[in-house]
Ligand binder design. Structure first.
Ligand code: PLP
Length: 396
């Protein structure tokens, strides 16, 4: 039996509704089982086919699939040549992996503040944080809304910076009618189960730069190549060579078969997410004290996350109490994200509270509501009812 709602009575839902989850169908199962019965479990024909399809989907020349999105970011930082003494400007409102990848390469992340409307990296603030050491930028398409790529590319061109777009939330999103994945020097997508499509774990970089593509292909598999045109020596048909220090970051054939099957349904998934968002906006936009998400005119978001912002002065309690009350209603709310540099690890590295005031303020006021394609209309109405119930209860 579920516990009582925080202010007494039965919760809106009997069962817990998580904030995000996968949608696996029979076709997915058949594809995976076909691979399991076949010749290759890891690197095989489905890996290159999945890469080909993702590249085509986003309009890029190349894609390199790896074990997860974090590995993909690491690989992109390697290809960009990030090393000691290099600075990389990262959005502050993101998952830690967006900045950790810079540290993996010995570089230094510098955090830029967010735009208070879109919650994406603020292009003016980004420019202010450029130093002589800055080599790259990692903007994040937060919640699926693309960053202002024209603004970012203009700065990147002016200062000679490489742009690695963290599009973990944004497979299928569009910027001014162009697909995310074809806009930056390199773009990362994640296939974690809550993301737009899943391979369980998995990630990919798309690029139209052949040199980056070659570097990434090496990096994914120990830095080893068998390509006869690249070998320094060729002692015989067994010969292979390690040319740089890479990792085993390969994605399996099993997972790529699942990815291909999932990709078939990307448009359907996104349409469903957009339908749910329209209903949320309509119902929650009416509630005093609630700020629903803003979508810029250049954006056609795939809506990975739906985040409401609270005007807390209108309530008798803080975000924490409202969050807990929603959880007690069995609504799987969440908070995305704690600004990266506030984590103890980053604090110990010397990053200071107050660096990005807009991000810090946003963090205090946000709650992520459940949003995933498999949600039923009733699930959506339950979320709305619970938010109305809790906010009306606590409103001043
Ligand atoms: C999920 C996510 C990642 C990391 O992807 P994994 O596949 O989980 O390693 C990086 N950045 C952002 C913004 C994410 O949401």
């Amino acid at each position: 039996m579920s516990k009582l709602a925080i202010h007494g009575g039965q919760p809106i839902r009997d069962s817990y509704l998580s904030y995000g989850r996968q949608w696996i169908d029979e076709h997915d199962l058949e594809m995976v089982s076909k691979v399991l019965k076949g010749e290759y479990l890891t690197t095989g024909p489905y890996v290159s086919e999945f890469e080909r399809q993702v590249a085509e989907q986003v309009g890029a020349d190349y894609a390199v699939a790896v074990a997860n999105g974090t590995a993909a970011l690491h690989m992109a930082c390697f290809a960009a040549g990030i090393e000691e003494d290099d600075e990389v400007i990262v959005s502050s409102m993101t998952f830690a992996a967006s900045a950790n990848c810079v540290l993996y390469q010995g570089g230094t992340p510098a955090f830029a503040d967010i735009d208070p409307l879109t919650y994406n990296i603020d292009v003016d603030d980004l420019e202010k944080r450029i130093t002589k050491k800055t080599k790259a930028i990692i903007p994040v398409d937060f919640t699926g809304q693309p960053v202002d790529m024209d603004g970012i590319m203009k700065i990147a061109d002016r200062y000679g910076l490489i742009v690695i777009e963290d599009a973990a939330h944004a497979l299928g999103s569009e910027y001014r009618g162009r697909k995310v994945g074809s806009l930056a020097d390199m773009t990362m997508f994640s296939f974690h189960p809550v993301k737009p499509i899943t391979t369980a774990e998995g990630g990919i970089i798309t690029t139209s730069n052949e040199l980056y593509y070659q570097k990434m292909s090496l990096f994914r598999t120990h830095g080893i190549t068998r390509d006869p045109s690249l070998l320094v020596e060729n002692e015989g048909p067994w010969h292979y060579e390690q040319h740089c220090l890479g990792y085993n970051y390969r994605l399996t054939d099993l997972q790529c078969a699942l990815g291909i099957s999932q990709l078939r349904r990307l448009d359907e998934f996104i349409q469903r997410r957009r339908t749910i968002v329209r209903r949320y906006n309509e119902a929650l936009g009416r509630l005093p004290g609630v700020i629903t998400p803003y979508e810029a005119d250049y954006s056609n978001s795939g809506w990975h996350l739906y985040i409401i912002r609270l005007r807390l002065e209108g309530f008798m309690v803080g975000r924490k109490e409202i969050f807990e009350a929603l959880r007690a209603e069995n609504i799987g709310v969440n908070v995305h994200y704690i600004p990266v540099y506030l984590h103890p690890y980053y604090q110990e590295l010397g990053y200071k509270k107050g660096t990005c005031p807009n991000a810090e303020r946003l963090y205090e006021e946000i709650i992520t509501l459940p949003l995933f394609p498999k949600m039923t209309d009733q699930d959506v109405e339950d979320v709305i009812s619970a938010v109305e119930k809790v906010l009306n209860y606590y409103r001043r």
